[in-house]
Design a protein. Structure first.
Length: 280
């Protein structure tokens, strides 16, 4: 990556982070949409930034097209809500409407951005095509902003719960036959988002707090996993390349093992405690 591209690369990462912060602090639908698009367009470029990678260009195009459809669905939902209420503030709409078609469309759009099943189809290819740093960024930064918005708008609980159940099942089954590290983490992320959606779908204060705790734990574990993968310097991105890592570097091997067991929910590690809180 040339010197000019390095500057663009880090500048776009800052813009993605700014978009997530704006999304968390937004109080009306117009600002929410602008924050989503600010974040989304930066991610399109980052995913496809590797000119030497066919997978990168394919992943960037797929992410651009499908996320564009998702943004259109979100905007159409906002238009329906405004047409019925004359309100652009989120709290104003929540006070006037529940169970309306506009909210259903917005919920579906946000589930797409959270990679909830059946709106997950972009995740494996985009994760595989993106540079490892961008894969980590996709796993962590955008999802926190979208999660905060999903909690704030009062989504359609039945849709969220169904998506949560399907995400846990599909993520676990889909990860079984993977041979590449990033695709494995993509399916794992789908499953982890299912547990987050459980808490949001129940809709009580305690369940949403449990989902937030689990989201923070999942992000911390993801940061550590991607940092270790970068440290290993895998040439082909295959899971088989990680074989014997504990003999070459015991600290990295044991740490990676503990992190993966935690993500899988093995007690008494943090991932198990997070899942236990959500399901309690």
């Amino acid at each position: 990556m040339g010197g000019r591209l390095v500057g663009v690369f880090w500048g776009l990462i800052v813009v993605v982070t700014l978009g997530s912060l704006l999304l968390i602090s937004s109080e009306d639908w117009l600002m929410v949409y602008l924050a989503l698009e600010l974040q989304g367009f930066s991610l399109y470029i980052l995913v496809a930034l590797r000119n030497d990678s066919i997978n990168g260009r394919e992943g960037g195009l797929k992410y651009f097209v499908l996320n564009g459809v998702s943004s259109g669905v979100f905007l159409f939902g906002c238009v329906l809500l405004y047409g019925l209420t004359g309100e652009v503030s989120i709290q104003g709409v929540n006070g006037l409407l529940t169970g309306e078609a506009g909210k259903i469309l917005i919920t579906v759009s946000l589930l797409f951005k959270l990679s909830g099943v059946p709106f997950h189809m972009w995740v494996p290819d985009v994760y595989e095509g993106a540079p490892i740093i961008i894969t980590g960024l996709l796993t962590i930064v955008p999802k926190m902003g979208v999660f905060s918005l999903l909690v704030q708008i009062g989504p359609e609980m039945e849709i969220v719960l169904i998506s949560g159940v399907l995400s846990v099942i599909y993520g676990g089954i889909g990860a079984l036959n993977q041979t590449r590290v990033k695709r494995l983490l993509a399916y794992s992320g789908i499953g982890q988002m299912g547990f987050v959606l459980f808490g949001v779908g129940v809709g009580t204060v305690e369940s949403i707090q449990a989902s937030l705790v689990y989201m923070v734990l999942y992000m911390a574990m993801s940061v550590c996993v991607f940092a270790l993968i970068l440290r290993m310097g895998l040439k082909k991105g295959l899971i088989a390349e990680m074989g014997g890592i504990s003999r070459e570097n015991g600290a990295i091997g044991w740490t990676m093992g503990c992190l993966l067991l935690s993500i899988a929910g093995i007690p008494p590690l943090g991932g198990f405690l997070g899942k236990w809180l959500v399901l309690l």
